[in-house]
Write a protein that binds this ligand. Structure first.
Ligand code: AN0
Ligand code: CP
Length: 320
């Protein structure tokens, strides 16, 4: 595997989930693969889970790890070609990328959407320069439009906890005080569409996800109807994806607290589990009693990020 951005990169999903169970039961069993191999993790944005779980996964595999926070100590990077670099940016990405690549065997990258120019974001302009110019395998640690390590961990968690062969899984929008990217819901929708689940998306009008990820899934705009009979509730905020309202790309369109997931919302479900990728704003996305309830899976879900990362890095190492 040379790049990891989409569910299709993993091939057969049933086999990938079986491999995740094998890795979870034997996470130190593949260390020869990573011996004397170096992972470079590049962060253009903050992180807790991705940073810790991906480094842990690489260490499980016997690897060396270098972590670079680009905006904390490296030179400010120019990402556009054809500019005169007389501003704050001291180095161009087109030099920095091959230099960084010379110190490692594979690269993980986090570079969030700018939420200003939809075309720039949805073309994955930043990360595709790493794919084009590093000469190394590259995997997403949340890029402008995808967060596949999260979605893979989410699916592992659903498989571990489902009580029926084909559970009903609901992706619900919830309000937030900042404009957040669409990467997490994009990947969650893409992976749920590929999995054997009854998948429903619910959000206010205007928040329709890009069909590239959501496919032709029917949106249920009535949150209560969507929640009825649900086995898993996956809550997340995202800003306007600019699909039905192109001029509003990256904007907050709604802040209605009626969308916040509380006990009443959960009472509409089939005693559903609650999931969220974290970090989560309590009181906006979800109430304290729901996220602290026995039905909340947010901690095991975060713990499974170590497993999803280890399977992905293991696949990349096997292809070196
Ligand atoms: C894993 C989530 C990362 C990011 N969250 C924030 C708060 O920026 C997001 O919503 O995409
Ligand atoms: N869920 C997730 O990716 O968390 P971080 O942003 O803390 O890495």
């Amino acid at each position: 595997m040379k790049t990891f951005f989409n569910v299709s990169d993993l091939g057969n999903l049933t086999q990938a989930l079986a491999e995740a169970r094998e890795v979870k039961n034997n996470r130190f069993g593949f260390q020869p693969l990573g011996k004397n191999k170096t992972l470079l993790m590049i962060f253009f944005n903050n992180s807790l889970r991705t940073r810790l779980s991906t480094q842990k996964a690489a260490m499980n595999l016997g690897m060396n790890v270098i972590v670079l926070d680009v905006n904390a100590g490296a030179w400010k990077l120019e990402t556009e070609r054809g500019v005169i670099m007389d501003g704050d940016n001291s180095e161009h990405l087109l030099e920095a990328i091959p230099v960084m690549a010379s110190y490692c065997d594979l690269i993980g990258i986090r570079s969030f959407a700018g939420l200003v120019e939809r075309e720039f974001d949805y073309a994955e302009t930043i990360v595709n320069q790493f794919v084009a110019y590093s000469g190394r395998p590259v995997f997403a640690m949340e890029t402008a439009t995808v967060h596949p390590l999260q979605a893979f961990a989410d699916l592992i968690t659903i498989e571990e906890h489902k009580k029926s062969e084909r559970p009903k899984v609901v992706l619900t929008w919830a309000p937030h005080c900042r404009a957040l990217p669409q990467a997490v819901p994009n990947s969650f929708a893409e992976w749920m569409n590929a999995a054997d689940v009854d998948f429903v998306i619910t959000h206010p009008k205007g928040y329709e996800l890009d069909p590239k990820f959501a496919g032709n899934i029917k949106v249920e705009y009535d949150q209560r109807k969507a929640f009825e009979g649900a086995d898993f509730i996956y809550a997340k905020n995202w800003s306007c994806p600019g699909v039905t309202r192109p001029a509003d790309y990256g904007k907050i369109l709604c802040n209605d607290p009626a969308w916040t997931v509380d006990q009443e919302h959960m009472s509409w479900t089939n005693n559903a589990y609650f999931m969220h990728c974290l970090p989560v704003r309590r009181g906006l996305i979800v109430t304290d009693d729901v996220i602290e309830s026995p039905q909340s899976l947010v901690i095991p879900e975060a713990a499974n990020r170590e497993i999803s990362a280890e399977v992905v890095i293991k696949r990349i190492l096997e292809g070196l």
